[in-house]
Design a protein around this ligand. Structure first.
Ligand SMILES: *Cc1c(COP(=O)(O)O)cnc(C)c1O
Length: 462
């Protein structure tokens, strides 16, 4: 299996190389050269399998020779062993034709654990084999950082540094990053906002001497291995609801477009997905792009669903690449125009995208109302991101096809918004009830590249 860049000029890589590289050298994102497919019989055979067994069958063809069968099977087994639910991604029914896919039973209570836990295991195997050490540096507005720390804590060949904006993440999110005691984990509170953290991270990657010196690696949401891990739960949930004999629709609370793009891959593999619906909050660049045909940035408006507060949706580049018939040059040109504020999508590509994706946007008031209405109708407390998805799903469903709304985080991760809407404060699951009493370890750093690099140099183990 070979991986090509969405901008057409970076080297073609194996799965293992694409995973460790992250961003392609031409600035593009890696995608498989061809998408493997599953027959209806193979899909039907997934029914009743454990999540791990299904995951192995679905992902194996994408991995090629990068890992042996035994290595890959073991990585999957370890990745999901610490989830708090035997089904890993259970379905809950909200209405006759509406289901919630709970993706928050991992160690940090958000769906990002599905991918991050797996790539933690895969990195470990690949690095041990090559005798390599790397330094992972990531920037986070909350969920990605804690998921990365959980996935890489205690691993032999990895140091992990997470930059987060001091004072601007929720207490649960902060404690998830500052309470792990492993010496390879480094939580860095940056005096600045999330954009500052991302900008300093980019500066670090562009400092090639530093990058080589410390073996810098990234695990942000454009990493192909993360997208792949997310394909699995589209299959397991759809099969539970009657696929391949019956189509299933999905609605996905969307920020960087990684999760919903995994749904598109599942569809291309042969899963009978009817509608794939993008749900956005008031940061609605994707909804506007599909509606108007123009993709233009508009500044981030902070919302009560902060993990979807984005200015530019990075994985959308992968969707554009396919919609433009895999024309890397056209994609590179659009991304160039984006630096100047936006670009228009061609009529043909727009029709292709509209045929694949539906979309909806939910205001702040509607988000709170959706949390409240869901609780009143079903007794389920949902996080604000999930509530955005549910509201859009309700507007997009057609009663002959079951609609699955993805529940992307546990309500206890965003207790203030949930309590404000319902009067109920969602408790943390038992297994992390000591989060508020564990000691914190955090280094406060100025918003300055040289200072950050000095901390990374000094702290990483050699
Ligand atoms: C990351 C995240 C999202 C957005 O997912 P994308 O793959 O970036 O579209 C939605 N909800 C929650 C809770 C998240 O952490």
């Amino acid at each position: 299996m070979r991986y090509v860049s969405t901008r057409g000029t970076a080297p073609v890589l194996t799965f293992g190389e694409a995973m460790l590289t992250g961003l392609a050298r031409d600035g593009g994102l890696y995608v498989p050269e061809t998408i493997p497919t599953m027959t209806p019989e193979e899909i039907a055979d997934l029914a009743g399998l454990s999540y791990e067994k299904a995951a192995y069958r679905i992902m194996r063809p994408f991995v090629g020779d990068a890992f042996t069968d035994a290595e890959f099977r073991e990585a999957i087994a370890h990745a999901y062993a610490h989830f708090g639910h035997a089904a890993r991604a259970p379905l809950v029914q909200l209405a006759p034709d509406l289901f919630l896919l709970e993706l928050f039973h991992g160690p940090t209570l958000a769906f990002k654990d599905f991918a991050m836990q797996l790539i933690g295991q895969l990195f470990q195997i690949a690095l041990a084999r090559d005798g390599r050490r790397i330094t992972i540096v990531g920037a986070t507005s909350g969920d990605t950082g804690s998921a990365a720390i959980e996935a890489f804590r205690g691993l032999d060949n990895v140091d992990v540094f997470i930059l987060f904006p001091e004072g601007r993440v929720s207490e649960v999110q902060r404690r998830q990053m500052t309470t792990p005691s492993e010496s390879n984990v480094h939580a860095l509170a940056v005096k600045g906002d999330f954009d500052d953290c991302q900008a300093r991270l980019k500066d670090m990657f562009n400092d090639f001497a530093f990058r080589d010196e410390v073996g810098l690696a990234g695990v942000n949401s454009i990493n192909w291995a993360r997208v792949l891990a997310q394909v699995v739960y589209y299959f397991t949930s759809a099969v539970s609801l009657g696929a391949p004999y019956r189509p299933v629709n999905f609605t996905v609370p969307t920020g960087n477009f990684g999760d919903i793009f995994a749904g598109y891959i599942a569809k291309r593999m042969g899963l009978p997905i009817g509608k794939l619906v993008i749900a956005t909050n008031q940061n609605d660049i994707l909804h506007r792009a599909l509606t108007t045909g123009r993709y233009t940035t508009d500044g981030v408006k902070p919302s009560i669903s902060p993990s979807m507060d984005i200015q530019v949706s990075s994985n959308f580049e992968r969707a554009l690449f396919d919609a433009y018939g895999r024309d890397g040059k056209a994609v590179a040109q659009m991304m160039d125009e984006l630096k100047r504020g936006g670009f228009g999508i061609s009529q043909g590509a727009l029709e292709t995208l509209r045929g694949l994706y539906h979309s909806g946007r939910v205001s702040e008031e509607e988000t709170a109302d959706s949390i409240r209405a869901t609780w009143r109708a079903t007794g389920e407390l949902v996080c604000p991101h999930t509530a955005v998805g549910i509201r859009v799903a309700e507007n997009a469903r057609d009663t002959s096809v079951p609609m699955v709304a993805l529940a992307t985080a546990h309500p206890a991760k965003f207790p203030d918004a949930v309590e404000k809407a319902t009067g109920q404060r969602p408790p943390l699951p038992e297994r992390m009830a000591d989060l508020f009493t564990r000691p914190e370890r955090v280094t406060s750093v100025p918003n300055d590249l040289a200072a950050l690099e000095a901390v990374v140099r000094e702290r990483r183990r050699n």
